[in-house]
Design a protein around this ligand. Structure first.
Ligand SMILES: Cc1cc2nc3c(=O)[nH]c(=O)nc-3n(C[C@H](O)[C@H](O)[C@H](O)COP(=O)(O)O)c2cc1C
Length: 174
């Protein structure tokens, strides 16, 4: 028996509330299409396999970066460190064309496909360059199942976390 619209709406609200307790590393998804930069704050980033290196990101179909990723087929996951809270807040508070005014941005030319370039945060905790292999639609979002094509990491970074509507960080014991 299907649930009533009211029950489903309550369930979605309860689910949203429960997710406040899910601590996630904050990332900036970035790409470039037709010479224009696109970027978005995201926590729906999940490693899938190491062989092959693959991850999935969940992107709302209404987000400005959605069609750019779908059309160019490449994007970067810039995993943020705690000093990047200001960059994350700037992304959230500004429209697409202004987002890259804060942060140390450079253009990555993909080694295996030099015709592909995308903005990357040079001091990110990690930069994971991805190539879309499958697009899995689900409700309001598309899941971009992607192979990892290039990676850089900044050693000893402390991740920027988002939990309970606030930013924080995780200090691992020595
Ligand atoms: C901490 C945080 C995490 C987010 N994670 C995601 C995510 O994983 N996927 C997503 O589609 N939107 C996510 N969003 C929302 C998008 O960043 C936001 O809606 C985006 O600005 C919409 O895109 P646009 O303004 O470029 O159209 C997140 C927002 C915040 C503040």
């Amino acid at each position: 028996m299907s649930q009533s619209a009211t029950a489903l709406s309550q369930l979605a609200s309860d689910f949203r509330g429960s997710l406040r307790g899910l601590a996630s590393t904050v990332s900036l998804l970035t790409t470039e299409k037709g010479g224009e930069r696109f970027g978005m704050v995201a926590t729906a980033v999940m490693p899938v396999t190491l062989q092959p290196p693959a991850l999935v990101v969940g992107v709302n179909c209404s987000a400005s970066i959605h069609d750019a990723i779908a059309e160019c087929g490449w994007f970067a996951v810039n995993l943020l460190a705690k000093q990047h809270e200001v960059v994350s807040r700037h992304f959230t508070a500004n429209s697409r064309s202004e987002r890259f005014a804060v942060g140390n941005w450079a253009d990555l030319v993909v080694a295996s496909s030099p015709e592909i370039r995308m903005p990357v945060l040079t001091d990110a905790a990690a930069m994971i360059c991805c190539r879309v292999r499958e697009i899995i639609p689900y409700g309001t979002h598309d899941l971009f199942l992607s192979t990892v094509e290039q990676v850089t990491s900044t050693p000893n970074s402390e991740p920027l976390l988002y939990c309970n509507g606030s930013f924080g960080s995780f200090n691992s014991p020595p």
